[in-house]
Design a binder for this molecule. Structure first.
Ligand code: NDP
Ligand code: GDR
Length: 348
C-alpha cells in the first residue's frame, strides 16, 4: 500500500526537502499551501506534476494554520499515515515585531493541527517541528534533558507547541513526536536568515554588484547543519517503534563571525572589507550559544549528519555564485531589496 503523508509548510526550506525525500520513497505527498497574490511554490515547482496525470504523487491544498475547521476537514478527507507540522512564522527577529501573529501560528497553530488529528479520528503519526530556540539562555551542550529558557516570542511559542505535542501523546495515546532541530541551512534557506543573507551577499560582492552587507551580532554561536540531512531524521522519528522526542544537531560551534569568515574566504574575499554593523539586526534578547548533542538520535535512529558548518558555508556560497551567474537583473533587484532596508530587510 502506498503511504500517504501530509506536510504543512511544504513551500518552506524543510518542506521542500521533505517532500523530495518522501516522493523518492514512494509516498503520495499532500501539502498545505497559503493562498497568496503571487506564486509561492518556487521551492517545490520541480516536484510538481499536473494532478490530472495518473502518475501524479504530489498534491497541494489551500489552507492556513489559523483555520482550524479547514485542517479538520482536510485531514478527515485525506486520512494521511503521517503528518509533518512544519508550518510556522519561523523568523526569530520578526517574532519581536509580530509577537501575536507568531504566537497564533507557531504556537496555537500546532494545537489546531493536533486537534484536527484528534477530531478527524484518523490513525496517523504526527511530527512537530520543535526548535533549539526553546533552550534559549540555557548553556550548551543541549540535549533532550536540557531545561527550556526561551528568549523570544518565537522560542516561547515553540515551547508551547512542544508541550501540547507531548500532552496529546500522553492524553490520547497519539504517536506524536517532537524533533528538536538545531539550525539547518541550504541553498533553499530563506534569504533573511543569517547564513543565506551572507552567502547571497558574498556572491553579489564577488560579482561586483554590491559592496557591503549589514549584519547585527557577530558573537552568537550556532550549530549549523545541512537541511537535506535533517529531513531524513524527521522521517526516521516517525518510523520508530515508540513515539519519542529527539535532538538533531551536528555538535558544531561556529560563531556568526566564523561563518562569515568561512563564506567570504571561500570566494577569495576579506570579510572585514565588506561587513558593516547595523543595530536594526540586533534582537532585544539574544540566544548566545546553541550547540547540540544528538547522541540519542545517533543511537536510536542511526542518524548521523555528514556536512559540517564549514562545508555547508562553502556549498551555499557555490550555489549562490552559480544562481547569480544564471539569474540576470531580477536576482540583483532582489539582492538590493533585501540588503538595503525594505520592511523585510529591516527585520532580518
Ligand atoms: P520556512 O520559514 O522556510 O518555512 C515556513 C513554512 O511555513 C512556509 O511553507 C510557510 O508558507 C508556512 N507558513 C507560515 N505561516 C503559515 C500559516 N499561518 N499557515 C500555513 N502555513 C504557514 O521554515 P523552515 O523550512 O526553515 O523550518 C520548518 C519548521 O521547522 C518551522 O516550523 C521552523 O520554525 C522549524 N525549525 C526550523 C529550523 C531551521 O533551522 N530551519 C530549526 C528548528 C526548527 P509560505 O511559503 O506561504 O510563507
Ligand atoms: P536563528 O537564525 O535566530 O538562530 O533561528 P538566524 O539566521 O536568523 O540568526 C542566527 C544568528 O545570527 C545573528 N545575526 C543575524 N541574523 C539575521 N537573521 N540577520 C542578520 O543580519 C544578523 N546578524 C547577526 C542573529 O542575531 C543570531 O544570533 C533559526 C530559525 O530557522 C528558527 O526558525 C529556528 O528555530 C532556529 O534557527 C533553530
Amino acid at each position: 500500500m502506498t503511504k500517504r503523508a501530509f506536510i504543512t509548510g511544504i513551500t518552506g526550506q524543510d518542506g521542500s526537502y521533505l517532500a523530495e525525500l518522501l516522493l523518492a520513497k514512494g509516498y503520495e505527498v499532500h501539502g498545505l499551501i497559503r493562498r497568496a497574490s503571487t506564486f509561492n511554490t518556487s521551492r517545490i515547482d520541480h516536484l510538481y506534476v499536473d494532478p490530472h496525470d495518473p502518475d501524479a504523487k504530489l498534491f497541494l491544498h489551500y489552507g492556513d494554520l489559523s483555520d482550524g475547521a479547514r485542517l479538520v476537514s482536510l485531514l478527515a478527507s485525506l486520512r494521511p499515515d503521517e503528518v509533518y507540522n512544519l508550518a510556522a512564522q519561523s523568523h526569530v527577529r520578526v517574532s519581536f515585531d509580530e509577537p501575536e501573529h507568531t504566537g497564533d501560528t507557531t504556537g496555537v497553530g500546532s494545537m489546531r493541527m493536533l486537534e484536527a488529528v484528534r477530531m478527524s479520528g484518523i490513525d496517523t503519526r504526527f511530527y512537530q517541528a520543535s526548535s533549539s530556540e526553546m533552550f534559549g539562555a540555557t548553556p550548551p551542550p543541549q540535549n533532550e534533558e536540557t531545561p527550556f529558557y526561551p528568549r523570544s516570542p518565537y522560542g516561547a511559542a515553540k515551547v508551547y507547541s512542544y508541550w501540547v505535542t507531548k500532552n496529546y501523546r500522553e492524553a490520547y495515546d497519539m504517536f506524536a513526536v517532537n524533533g528538536i532541530l538545531f539550525n539547518h541551512e541550504s541553498p533553499r534557506r530563506g534569504e533573511t536568515f543569517l547564513t543565506r543573507k551572507v552567502t547571497r551577499a558574498v556572491a553579489a560582492i564577488k560579482a561586483g554588484k554590491q559592496e557591503h552587507v549589514y549584519l547585527g551580532n557577530l558573537d552568537s554561536i550556532r550549530d549549523w547543519g545541512y537541511a537535506a540531512e535533517y529531513v531524513e531524521g524527521m522521517w526516521r522519528m516517525l518510523q520508530a517503534d515508540e513515539p519519542d522526542d529527539f535532538v538533531l544537531a551536528t555538535g558544531g560551534n561556529f560563531t556568526v563571525r566564523d561563518f562569515v569568515e568561512t563564506a567570504f574566504s571561500h570566494a577569495g574575499l576579506n570579510w572585514q572589507d565588506h561587513v558593516r554593523f547595523d543595530e536594526r539586526y540586533l534582537r532585544p534578547t539574544e540566544v548566545d550559544a546553541l550547540i547540540g548533542d544528538a547522541s540519542k538520535a545517533r543511537e536510536k535512529l542511526g542518524w548521523v549528519p555528514e556536512v559540517d558548518t564549514a562545508a555547508l558555508a562553502r556549498l551555499m556560497v557555490d550555489a549562490d555564485i552559480e544562481a547569480l551567474e544564471h539569474a540576470g537583473t531580477n536576482w540583483i533587484d532582489k539582492v538590493a531589496l533585501t540588503s538595503w532596508g525594505t520592511a523585510e530587510g529591516a527585520a532580518a
